[in-house]
Design a protein around this ligand. Structure first.
Ligand code: E4P
Length: 217
């Protein structure tokens, strides 16, 4: 499973990238707002660090305007993935932009039917939002496994990019059901290394080692 970083925090992306943890990056208008940076500048900086797909989202609601924005975003770097919303206009923009050879990430997916129609429109990535389904007491992970089954049934090449990941268990479940990619904030990715028994065990080892009076170096 590929790891994308769901952030525009350049320092956090660079730290994870140095460890080989970053296969790509996703951003959205809320993430750009949080960064306090200009979208074109921060996206360009991210693309100078990360060689994998970097999603930058259009903000217009009409297809022709989304296409114009997508073309401008795609000029930033060859690894830009244009992110469009899962609306009828977004699907029109997806079809045109993917036809031009650009990577397209269709976002705000909440149903199998939406994922199906995005694949038909030539999406490179489909972004089902797990956490936001969990927020309304539905099971976001069911959606990931259902899309997996449908895409496999018909050989769609659109990659399932599990988004709105909030917990470590979301990551585990995505890997188990076969999401192609998961995108998560840096805090969640760093949290994957943690386990309470690791901390407890290490604490005991440190104490016992001190009692030996030995040193390795
Ligand atoms: C990524 O592409 C999505 O925009 C993001 O994962 C949404 O996450 P949120 O629901 O936690 O805002």
């Amino acid at each position: 499973m590929k790891f994308f970083v769901d952030s525009a925090d350049v320092a956090a992306i660079a730290e994870l990238n140095d460890l080989g943890m970053v296969d790509g990056v996703t951003t959205n208008p809320s993430i750009i707002l949080k960064s306090g940076r200009n979208i074109l500048e921060v996206t360009k900086e991210i693309c100078s660090i990360v060689s994998g797909p970097v999603s930058a989202e259009v903000v217009s609601l009409k297809a022709d305007e989304m296409i114009a924005e997508g073309r401008k975003l795609a000029e930033i770097a060859p690894n830009i993935t244009v992110k469009v919303p899962l609306t009828w206009d977004g699907l029109k923009a997806c079809k045109v932009l993917s036809g031009e050879g650009k990577m397209v990430n269709v976002t705000l997916c909440f149903s199998v039917n939406q994922a199906l129609i995005a694949a038909k429109a030539g999406a490179t990535f489909i972004s089902p939002f797990i956490g936001r389904l969990d927020d309304i007491n539905l099971d976001g992970m069911d959606l990931i496994s259902d899309i997996r089954q449908v895409y496999d049934n018909y050989g769609f090449e659109t990659q399932i990019l599990a988004a709105s990941i909030r917990t470590l268990n979301h990551v585990t479940q995505c890997a188990l059901v076969g999401a192609d990619v998961m995108t998560a904030p840096p805090s969640v990715i760093k949290g994957l290394a943690s386990h309470v028994l690791t901390d407890k065990g290490l604490d005991q080892f440190v104490k016992d080692w001190a009692k030996t009076g030995q040193s390795i170096l």
